[in-house]
Design a protein around this ligand. Structure first.
Ligand code: HEM
Ligand code: HEM
Length: 196
């Protein structure tokens, strides 16, 4: 069994994964004539997702270990490079609550999600509650929509890779899914990164 994450981080990951995926999948159909009712939900759940992303950042910064997501120390940078080269040669990077290539990619995914959240909040503010029709400043709205779509695309790329690597690790017998989605409280104190 792979080492588990801190229980609070596991709960935050649940919240991030569920809300971000709701946003991704609702965006696929919310412009279609029969399913436009999804857009108000995309607006509301988007604001919730933005709040959860903020909590994730605060928790990683203040309590957990931000260097896990952005290993900017010399040792961390070397490890990311080494694991990147190993990956090119077909060796899967190590996973789990530690610093390395996987955790750095999670940091990049979180940045893409934060981009969606920030531009989504601007879009939210541009459409007052109950408003029907195009917003007052159509040009600015379109500009923010394009930026929102840009981050949305990056989030999809991250999501494909993230799910694929999770499945590959699982098939190799690492039970990473149990380590990040499991909800019992054991191993709580072992959730910190182990490599500096
Ligand atoms: C868009 C939705 C998602 C986002 C933004 C996301 C984000 C993250 C982040 C930031 C981490 C790192 C946790 C940390 O150490 O701080 C992580 C880990 C993980 N997530 Fe997700 N996640 C998403 C969806 C999913 C889904 C659907 C799965 C299941 C297939 C999944 C499986 C995992 C696993 C197995 C890990 C541990 C990976 C490792 O050890 O390298 N995630 N995720
Ligand atoms: C973290 C929160 C959010 C995430 C992850 C998210 C994600 C996405 C994604 C993946 C798309 C599809 C992009 C594409 O077509 O390639 C999208 C579209 C869109 N989102 Fe969000 N969204 C979030 C919050 C919001 C909020 C709060 C609003 C407020 C109004 C919003 C408004 C829109 C609009 C208008 C589009 C359609 C863009 C277009 O196709 O022209 N989003 N969103």
């Amino acid at each position: 069994m792979a080492e588990r994450w801190d229980i609070r981080l596991r709960l935050l990951h649940w919240a991030v994964a569920v809300t971000a995926m709701f946003q991704q999948f609702s965006s696929l159909w919310m412009s279609d004539p029969g399913s436009q009712y999804l857009f108000p939900w995309h607006r509301l759940v988007g604001m919730l997702a933005a709040l959860i992303v903020l909590l994730f950042w605060l928790y990683s910064y203040a309590v957990y270990d931000l260097q896990r997501l952005f290993p900017w120390g010399r040792e961390g940078r070397r490890m990311v490079l080494r694991e990147g080269l190993d990956l090119v040669h077909g060796k899967l990077p190590q996973s789990g609550p530690r610093r390395g290539l996987s955790s750095f990619v999670h940091g990049l995914g979180l940045l893409a999600l934060s981009g969606c959240a920030a531009t989504g909040m601007v879009l939210f503010a541009m459409i007052p509650p109950g408003h029907v029709g195009p917003p007052a400043d159509g040009l600015a709205f379109t500009r923010y929509t394009l930026q929102h779509k840009f981050f949305g695309q990056l989030l999809w790329y991250y999501w494909y890779g993230h799910v694929m690597f999770a499945v590959v690790h699982q098939l190799r017998g690492d039970n990473l899914l149990g380590a990040i989605f499991g909800l019992c409280r054991e191993n709580r104190r072992r959730g910190r990164s182990t490599v500096s």
